[in-house]
Design a protein around this ligand. Structure first.
Ligand code: ASP
Length: 591
């Protein structure tokens, strides 16, 4: 192992195999750093000690694969390299074998500046040799192993589910696999194992998990991959709290494997409260929550400011930003994306001048320090008014628009001034369980209700009677686990009764016919003695990304795809031969 030698090995014989990471030719002495996944050791070829081997070492180039044998020697004090664990020793080589030569690669694993990402993905095998990637992939292994061990110890069985299956509704397009033996028929790759894991509960396996690939064909944003890995689990008879406990257990183990202690139980918050405090359902708890400050203003103040008197006025505090110039204040405006007529006040100084009483009260309410940046977001005098099917909710759609505008701005300010407030410290992990989401979302275009989660999510027992009469007010027994502003996973207690599952399909505008043709097998399975059950799925890639401190999923997936869903190394997807198409009974339209 190239990274294992220490001072205590001095005098011993050692054999090392690995890549030539770097070669320095000083004439009579040639130094080579030999590298494998465990690290690097300096090996020395001395002309004086062994002229033949020294001559052979002159042939070595970067990324040649070699085997060397020699004696471990302590380095002179002035040549000790404190930056690597093997820095106190070197290997004086008495035998060298060149196991393979190497073309000069397009970039070197030892390069300090990174090649462009296209290059890195095309030559992924070189890129993966880099320290940082070796670290990330090892971390991924350790995290997955810790999760497996933990779930197995909690009594879960890892059970595989098919990749060639039918469509599961998780809200994306399916990747389809044509059937050769049944031309015109297609399998869908699973967007998640949702229905299989529920059927495993019906099959008596009470606690299931799987670290499993899922496939979703969607327009890719920076942090999505067409195939990604979930830690998927399901259990029989749980309350939500039981699922949370299981997840907190395996996350504790996963974070411990990466060297971090986390505190459980995680805080829990209802959807309405999350929206009122943070404006978005995956809040970053490292930044201060909003404060509601409308009552700090008089009715007259609000009128003068053309602020809606009944909609929320929230203060966003970003600590330690310091005094902003006019230009810097202007730079805040483009970060504000106004929904539903929401209005921004970015110049608190000016408000202080014109509304001294109100601003004094605000400063007290939010316990602001003199250096904090304070901006306000409110409804404008004209906003609101129109009737909306969800307007009886605790947070009305008009209020939601203001909270949401403020929520996005809060995050954008947090990012913009990260260096100043210093709240994004590495290793500061703030988890949250968000729960009690609305069951349905109103689709303005379709003028109908859509499932906010997948349609197997159970409504709250006490909201069942509102399914048809008042869908807006039905809450889902669903939950999300959020970490530092990222949704790590979501799950729910499921519907376990066939009559209710039918009702939900109906409430979602599915005809009996449609429901039967898409989910007939599942509706039938529900009739054969289905225990109450629930579960969750968390994104493994995302967990590892956060633990690695990486800023893209591609840094923690060995062979990821680009934003255009391409694998640049194997060059996929590609057209296929006419013969293959003919066998599948498929004709491709020429564009
Ligand atoms: N199948 C869901 C998803 O992939 C998770 C769950 O409800 O367990 O998001």
């Amino acid at each position: 192992m190239c990274g294992a030698l220490r001072a205590s090995d001095a005098g011993k014989k050692a054999v090392l195999m690995g890549w030539v990471n770097r070669r320095r030719d000083l004439g009579t002495l040639i130094f080579v750093d030999i590298r494998d996944r465990s690290g690097i050791t300096q090996v020395v070829f001395s002309e004086e000690l062994n002229a033949a081997i020294h001559a052979k070492a002159e042939l070595l180039r970067n990324e040649y694969v070699i085997a060397v044998t020699g004696a471990v020697k302590l380095r002179d004090t002035d040549t000790i390299n404190k930056n690597i664990p093997t820095g106190e020793v070197e290997l004086v080589v008495d035998e060298l074998r060149i196991l393979n030569d190497a073309k000069h690669p397009p970039f070197l694993p030892s390069d300090t500046s990174l090649a462009n990402e296209e290059m890195r993905l095309k030559y992924r095998y070189i890129d993966l040799r880099r320290d940082a990637m070796q670290f990330n992939i090892e971390l991924r292994h350790k995290v997955a192993l810790a999760i497996r061990d933990n779930l197995a110890a909690q009594g879960f069985f890892e059970i595989e589910t098919p990749f060639m299956t039918r469509s599961t509704p998780e809200g994306a397009r399916d990747y389809l696999v044509p059937s050769r033996v049944q031309p015109g028929s297609f399998y869908a790759l699973p967007q998640s194992p949702q229905l299989f894991k529920q059927i495993l509960m019906i099959s008596g396996f009470d606690k299931y998990f799987q670290i499993v690939r899922c496939f979703r064909d969607e327009d890719l944003r920076a942090d999505r991959q067409p195939e990604f890995t979930q830690v998927d689990l399901e259990m029989s008879y749980p309350q939500p709290e039981r699922v949370w406990e299981v997840v907190e257990g395996f996350l504790t183990a996963a974070f411990r494997a990466a060297g971090h202690a986390i505190k459980t139980p995680f805080p829990r918050m209802d959807y309405d409260e999350v929206i009122r405090q943070f404006g978005i359902d995956k809040p970053d708890l490292r930044l201060p929550a909003f404060s509601e400050v409308r009552d700090c203003f008089t009715a007259q103040d609000l009128e003068t400011l053309a602020v809606h008197p009944e909609l929320p006025v929230v203060a966003i505090r970003t600590p330690k930003v310091g005094e902003l110039s006019r230009k810097e204040r202007d730079d805040i405006k483009p970060l504000f994306n106004s929904k539903g007529g929401a209005k921004l006040f970015e110049d608190f100084k000016r408000l202080e001048k014109n509304f001294p009483d109100a601003t004094k009260k605000i400063l007290e309410r939010i316990a602001a320090a003199p250096n904090d940046l304070i901006v306000l977001v409110s409804g404008s005098a004209q906003s609101g008014g129109q009737d909306h099917p969800a307007s009886k909710r605790k947070v009305t759609p008009q209020e939601l628009a203001i909270y949401a505008s403020a929520g996005l701005l809060r995050v954008a300010l947090g990012q913009k001034y990260a260096a100043k407030h210093g709240l994004f410290r590495r290793g500061d992990f703030r988890f949250l369980w968000g729960t009690n989401f609305p069951m349905f979302e109103y689709d303005e275009q379709e003028k109908g209700w859509m499932a906010a989660h997948h349609p197997f999510t159970s409504p709250h027992e006490e909201d069942m009677d509102k399914l048809e009469s008042d869908p807006a007010m039905v809450r889902a027994l669903a939950y999300d686990v959020v970490l530092n502003g990222t949704e790590l996973g979501s799950g729910s207690i499921r519907i376990h009764r066939q009559d209710i599952q039918r009702k939900i399909f109906h409430a979602l505008g599915m005809t009996e016919e449609e429901a039967r043709s898409r989910f007939g097998f599942f509706l039938e399975a529900l009739e054969y003695g289905t225990p109450p059950h629930g579960g969750i799925a968390l994104g493994l890639d995302r967990i590892v990304m956060i633990l690695a401190g990486a800023d893209s999923l591609r840094e923690v997936i060995p062979f990821p795809k680009t934003a255009a869903a391409k694998d640049l190394m194997v060059d996929a997807p590609t057209p296929v031969t006419d013969l293959q198409l003919r066998e599948l009974g498929i004709q491709v339209k020429k564009k």
